[in-house]
Design a protein around this ligand. Structure first.
Ligand code: ATP
Ligand code: MG
Length: 76
């Protein structure tokens, strides 16, 4: 299970955050759709859960372990 907890991201400043307090879980072998208007942060969200960028707030966990702790290179 891949879990995001209180995930938040912004490019310039927090007042312009793309999203905050996102809590979602993704089960292995399942398919999911990330849906939203252009510019709402779908690609940014995918970059975060792929370990290609770091969250500004919150944590991402794989099987209960923070990917920051796993190390992004190992996680990828
Ligand atoms: N590297 C960056 N630096 C600054 N702002 C960025 C950067 N990448 C994306 N943005 C801005 O962040 C917002 C979200 O971008 P993102 O690409 O995540 O949206 P999206 O939902 O994937 O859009 P689309 O449906 O068009 O693919 C947009 O306003 C975009 O201009
Ligand atoms: Mg996109």
């Amino acid at each position: 299970m891949l879990t995001v907890n209180e995930l938040g991201y912004w490019y310039d400043q927090q007042v312009n955050s793309l999203f905050e307090n996102v809590n979602l879980s993704f089960a292995a072998g399942e398919s999911y759709a990330i849906v939203g208007q252009s510019g709402t942060g779908k690609t940014t969200f995918l970059l975060l859960i792929a370990g290609l960028d770091k969250p500004k707030a919150g944590t991402i966990e794989l099987a209960g372990q923070s990917i920051a702790k796993i190390g992004l290179t190992a996680y990828r």
